[in-house]
Write a protein that binds this ligand. Structure first.
Ligand code: ASP
Ligand code: MG
Length: 404
């Protein structure tokens, strides 16, 4: 008999009916001869509500230990309900909390890293014939306190459990049926991919394809576990996230991602001296501003302009910080623009091909789309463009790069 790990996210266990549907699916898998481990998230947006209550009753500053004691409870509800429903349908099942399932973490609350998983209880219960339903998101610290591993962490809980059980695949059930070449709401010709590499998935996830938690992808890559992302509403195969070397790389580009709601800022006339950029970006980091694309250009008078993008929500804060620094480093001024988006093409096939970036720029140019900033990595080219051009850019590139 083989063991499988199935993770069901918040929307997949969002109601009693959904939990009952998950139970049916688990029973079908058990009837196929599998030993089934299920990892669940909290129902729907339960965790958001818990976080809100924690803030309200603690003047916005809950004790980290009590915060985890509270927000971890959403998963207990869905795990126990699923287990009960399985039992009621004649399928022996037991729910285990993160601590009971042997998930040990560091003693850092609300974003603990998982240090080790001891799956002995899980194996014991499987050997007794039980389906084991584990709460995602939680663990236990060396001091025996409940910890949580960061918002969206139950994908990672499932991957570490699959690794501890020595498996090479982990199924992630969600409310979409796989990973697409681009957002199907923007381009109806977007195609569900059969496979995508860990690296590409990481780029696509950080660019806004919010299907898988990036930490879970890292963790799966490290442990060589294939992630099968699929819909909890259908039985169709989804997308497998795996090592790229096992794949024939036919195309340079795998996907097109659009990140909306960006703002661009420039600090002008900065003197060309060592340590200036460090000063600017250290101040921004101290203010918890997450900076994305960065470009420095040298002017004819030898001074530099430094431009970068941030989340639109951070624009005001960033402007304030820049005003202060501008004085300090003798910059001649700052400029900002709040209607920017970022269009990116991603693909491991880019590594071995030339002209991919040129093709992107040509296509955007021919569509009359102006590029403000460009940044690249080995497997990605991103351009900051006007927000109004974002969706057109997606469609133009998706078609020009033959992704349909
Ligand atoms: N319930 C937790 C959250 O909403 C963990 C998860 O969903 O993965 O962040
Ligand atoms: Mg969730």
């Amino acid at each position: 008999m083989s063991i499988c790990v199935k993770k069901f996210g918040g929307s997949s266990v969002g109601s009693k009916e959904r939990i009952a549907a998950v139970a049916d699916r688990v029973i079908a898998s058990k009837s196929d001869g599998n030993q089934v481990v299920v990892v669940v998230s909290a129902m729907g947006d339960t965790t958001d509500h818990l976080v809100e209550m924690a803030r309200e009753l603690s003047n916005g500053n809950p004790s980290p230990r009590e915060y985890d004691a509270l927000v971890s409870t959403g998963e207990n509800v869905s795990a126990a309900l699923l287990s009960m429903n399985l039992n009621a349908k004649g399928c022996p099942a037991i729910s285990l909390s993160g601590p009971q399932a042997g998930v040990m973490t560091e003693a850092i609350h609300s974003k603990a890293k998982i240090l080790n998983v001891n799956p002995s209880r899980v194996k014991e219960e499987l050997d007794k014939g039980n389906v084991v339903v584990i709460t995602g998101f939680q663990g236990i610290s060396p001091q025996n306190d409940i910890t949580t591993i960061g918002r969206g962490g139950s994908d990672t809980s499932a991957v570490v459990m699959a690794a501890a059980l020595g498996l090479d695949e982990c199924e992630i059930y969600t409310d979409v049926d796989g990973i697409y070449t681009t957002d199907p709401r923007i381009e109806e010709k977007a195609r569900k991919m059969k496979e995508v590499s860990y690296e590409e998935m990481l780029e696509l996830a950080s660019l806004g394809a919010k299907v898988l938690h990036p930490r879970a992808v890292e963790c799966a890559k490290q442990n060589e576990i294939v992630l099968h992302v699929r819909s909890s509403f259908s039985t169709d195969e989804g997308t497998r996230v795996k090592e790229s070397k096992s794949m024939e790389i036919e195309k340079a580009v795998t996907g097109v991602a659009l990140k909306k709601n960006e703002a661009k800022l420039s600090i002008l006339g900065v003197s060309d001296k060592p340590g200036t950029a460090a000063k600017v970006f250290q101040k921004l980091a101290d203010g918890y501003v997450n900076v994305d694309m960065i470009v420095q250009a040298t002017e004819q008078d030898g001074s530099n302009n430094i431009s970068f993008t941030v989340d639109k929500d951070d624009l005001k804060k960033t402007e304030e910080i820049l005003q202060d620094i501008a004085k300090e480093i003798g910059a001649s001024g700052i400029k900002s623009q709040d209607d920017i988006c970022k269009i990116s093409i991603v693909g491991v096939g880019m590594v071995s091909r030339v002209g991919v970036a040129a093709k992107m720029f040509t296509e955007l140019g021919e569509a009359g789309i102006n590029i403000h900033l460009i940044s690249t990595s080995e497997i990605k080219v991103s351009c900051a463009i006007d927000a109004k051009d974002g969706e057109t850019a997606v469609r133009v590139l998706h078609s020009a790069l033959e992704l349909a």
